[in-house]
Design a protein around this ligand. Sequence first.
Ligand code: IYR
Length: 326
Amino acid sequence: MDTYDLMTRNAEEVVTDEEVRELADDPDGKRAYVGYEPSGVLHLGHLLTANKLIDLQEAGMEVVVLLADVHAYLNDKGTFEEIRETAERMKAQFIAYGLEEAQTEFVYGSEFQLDEEFALDLYELEVSTTLNRAQRAMAEIQGGETAKVSHVVYPLMQALDIEYLDLDLAVGGLDQRKVHMLAREELPELGYDVRPALHTPIVADLESGEGKMSSSQGVTISMEDSTEDLEAKVNSAFCPPTRDPEGDLENPVLELFEYHVFPRFEEIVVERPEKYGGDLSYESYDDLAADLESGELHPADAKGTLASYLDELIAPGREKLRELRS
Ligand code: IYR
C-alpha cells in the first residue's frame, strides 16, 4: 500500500486532501496527534483513532497522544487527581494495544496548557472568537443548552494544542471536525500555520445499526469486556447481509471488520466445520463483505469470527487493566 493510502485508509474525511498528499510525500519525522479526555476505560471509539495512529507510525510519522486532563476537567470529568489516575491507566492500555511506548509521545495537557504563553494565546482567541462560533464548534461534543463557560473555552484550547504540540496533522473522530475547522480559521489570526486534519468514522450502534452514533453512546465494546461479554455483544449485533441496509442503518459487524480487524491482521480465517464448507480465509475486507452479501458467509460465522479477533485485540489491554487494579 502506498504511503498516502496507508495514511488515509478508513478515513471518513481529510481536510484538505491536497495538504495530506503533501505530508504523505515526506512523512518522516512529521508529527500527528489525537487527544483523549481521560475517562473510563478504552472502548472501540478510542481504538479506531488509535488504529489510525498505528497506520501513521507505520507511514513514518511521529505520533503524539494527548492525555487531555485539563479538557476533561473543563468537561466536569472529576478532580485533577482522579483524571490523572484514569489517564495513567489509559496510557497503559494504549501501549498494550500496540502504540509502542518507544515510538509514541504521551503528553498531559497540563504540561503546557497552564503556561503563560499558552494562556495569553488563549485569551487572544477568546477575544477574537464569538461565543456563537465557539459554541457551534462544541455542538456535537456536548449540548448547547447547558453549556458552561468552560465548554466554550474548551475548543479554543483544543485549537491551540495543535500549535503548542508542534503538529503537522490533527486526527480525531468525525465529531471533532468543527473544532478542527475552527482551528484552521483561527490559528492564522495568531500568526500560526494551518494544519491538515484527518477524521475517522463514527461506528454505528452495535445492536441497532443506527446512524453515526457517538462512540460513547449505545452498546460498545471496551477493554473491560470479558471474552464472554464480547461474544454476547457481537452475537446480538445487527447484521443484515448488505453493507448498506435501508435508511440510516449501517451494518456494524462489517464496520468492525473494516475499521478494527482488517487493519490489524493480514489474514482473517473463518473457521467452519467441513460439512458447512470448511474454513474461509480473507485478506481483504471487500472479499469478506461480498461473501456475506452473497450468502457464502453466514452472519453467525461472521459474528463468531469477529468476536474472536476483537478478543485478541483487546486481550492485552484487558490483562493490563486487571494487573493495575489488583
Ligand atoms: N475533544 C476531544 C478530546 C480532545 C481532543 C484533542 I485532538 C485535543 O487537543 C484536546 C482534547 C474529545 O471529545 O474527547
